[in-house]
Design a protein. Structure first.
Length: 557
């Protein structure tokens, strides 16, 4: 048996697949459908392709039932197959209830055929990396194949249920004009949820007897099914104008996109200051001073760790005190950028004092630039972050610049973290360590220490941009220090869940809007031949839970 909890294997796989299925939710098809202005021809084409999916599902269920060993499992799969067969038989009536007429029988498009072929190949035992005999003899081999088959089906059903629930939350209960409401309601219904849970429960049960290696194969099949379904939804022909993907909304000749991004805990999974301190602690014992005292004499590893602990605790305590001091004043009703700007001056003083203490204690003294660069290349990024930057810098269909604005003490660390692949084109604006030859003196060349200096760097970059075409700016950040830039950008995206940022934003009247719901609203506002007005909502920031959302919104699948 596998080491993981097979009883909820379907749930585990679904959570892991979120960074893939989120691209379906942000597809032009689903965004237009959620907004209620998807062209009916596009929806009818989609419906015609669904018939091909249902036929493939019916065949796959039949093959899975033959492989299931337990009578209870066979019965459950038989019921699932009957539901699909009944749906196929009554599909014309169901579509009519939604308010549409089923189009004449059509041939499947490539994306539809790709998924159907994958599903039926899996159900027939043709699984990549698996050596399944033509005639499956043993019960274990048959159960495994049944599990593989359901693993290639379950995520597609869960995908519709999950996305339609997201859409349903955005619908006005009093608004009956949304022409796709009945279709959305169908996939949010209790009956559909029962079907979704049934296939997942059977998958969970069938997977109990699988080994770790077989569970890995099952997971790959599950993720492949999600990707193929995303490809299918991305391939739907959309004739109307949409707001996604952002980089493709307007032609490259008249559109220039500038993406700004914070670094610590926005791009990275760890804070760079703690990372640099750890490098100093680890490398300290390797320095041989020969008993002599020099300008670059370093503390011992133990002293460094103790000193850093004191600095870190003091930083957290004073930061919290600073935030409390700001929000102790009377809460602002409407959005007040000027009031916020004045308030964060307290943060500027605090950040500069903290950096002075770092310099005075000498915790960064003696760091080798080679050690910093080597460590930077091992720095762990947030899931999906590196892939986003890799794609955006290679996107030949848009004019895009990428800038990282950071409080980090060492620009070399950031540049080395972005050095793999083509990411060295990312421009870094941060503080720098001072070096004597290749060894840090412990001094910090102060360039970007506070929110106002980040904003100054932001404004300076835009002044130097080509003004011959339309400029659009996106800022991605997650800390209080990013607030001024987030609000100045055309589109400010908050990633993560910083309590300080949320509290300060609420205090000064900032509205935090989930990105998907914000984009549905923008899609509703979009008129034929027009373009969304990104500059028309002061004080609005969009929130995301992952880089996959940012990637899907800006670049598409």
């Amino acid at each position: 048996m596998g080491a993981v909890d097979q009883e909820r294997i379907a749930r585990q796989f679904w959570i892991k697949s979120k960074r893939h299925w989120i691209f379906a939710m942000y597809s032009p098809f689903f965004l237009s459908l959620a907004a209620g202005n998807l062209e009916s021809h596009s929806f009818l084409h989609f419906i015609s392709q669904e018939v091909h999916f249902l036929k493939a599902f019916a065949q796959a269920y039949e093959l899975a039932e033959e492989c299931a060993d337990d009578d209870e499992d066979k019965s459950a799969i038989r019921k699932l197959r009957k539901r699909v067969k009944d749906r196929l038989k009554n599909y014309e009536t169901i579509v009519h209830e939604w308010g549409f007429e089923l189009p004449p029988e059509s041939t499947s498009i490539v994306a539809t055929a790709n998924y159907a072929d994958f599903l039926l190949a899996t159900a027939s035992g043709k699984v990549e990396g698996e050596k399944v005999p033509g005639k499956i003899a043993t019960p274990f081999e048959r159960i495994k194949l049944a599990a593989y088959t359901l693993g290639a089906m379950a995520p597609c059903i869960r995908l519709y249920a999950s996305i339609c629930k997201e859409i349903h939350h955005l619908l006005d209960p009093e608004d009956s004009s949304h022409i796709y409401r009945k279709w959305v309601d169908n996939y949010c219904s209790e009956n559909f949820e029962v079907s979704t849970q049934q296939i997942e429960e059977v998958l969970d049960k069938l997977s109990i007897s699988l080994t770790n290696e077989e569970l890995e194969v099952l997971e790959k099949l599950y993720l492949q099914a999600v990707k193929l379904k995303v490809d299918f939804l991305s391939a739907q022909p959309i004739v109307q104008q949409t707001i996604v993907p952002l980089s493709g909304v307007q032609g490259p000749a008249d559109f220039h996109l500038t993406v700004f991004c914070d670094f610590d805990m926005t791009c990275t999974a760890v804070d760079s200051s703690a990372f640099l301190a750890e490098i100093a602690i680890i490398t300290a014992p390797r320095v041989d001073l020969g008993g002599s005292e020099t300008k670059l004499t370093r503390m011992s590893s133990a002293d460094l760790r103790k000193t850093w602990g004191v600095l870190s605790a003091q930083y957290v305590e004073e930061h919290d005190q600073c935030i409390e001091s700001i929000i102790s004043s009377e809460r602002v009703g409407n959005f007040n950028y000027e009031g916020l700007s004045k308030a964060v001056e307290q943060l500027a003083d605090f950040e500069k004092r903290a950096n002075s203490r770092v310099i005075q204690t000498g915790v960064l003294k003696g760091l080798s630039v080679q050690d910093i660069k080597r460590a930077g290349q091992q720095l762990i990024f947030q899931d999906g972050c590196r892939g986003f930057f890799q794609k955006i810098v290679r996107n030949e269909n848009s004019k895009t610049d990428v800038h990282v604005l950071s409080y980090c003490w060492c620009g070399d660390l950031i540049r080395s973290a972005f050095s793999s692949g083509d990411l060295n084109v990312v421009q870094v604006h941060s503080n720098e360590l001072a070096y004597e030859e290749t060894i840090s003196t412990g001094e910090i060349v102060r360039k970007v220490e506070c929110p106002m200096e980040k904003l100054q760097a932001f404004n300076d970059i835009l002044k130097d941009c080509n003004t011959d075409c339309q400029q659009l700016t996106v800022y991605v950040g997650g800390s209080v220090g990013d607030l001024l830039c987030l609000l100045k950008a055309d589109i400010g995206i908050v990633i993560g869940s910083s309590p300080s940022l949320q509290r300060l934003g609420d205090h000064f009247g900032i509205s935090f809007v989930p990105l998907f719901s914000g984009m549905v609203k923008k899609q509703k506002e979009l008129v034929e031949g027009g373009s969304p007005n990104w500059k028309g909502q002061p004080g609005v920031l969009y929130t995301v839970s992952s880089w996959a959302e940012i990637h899907a919104f800006i670049l598409g699948s």
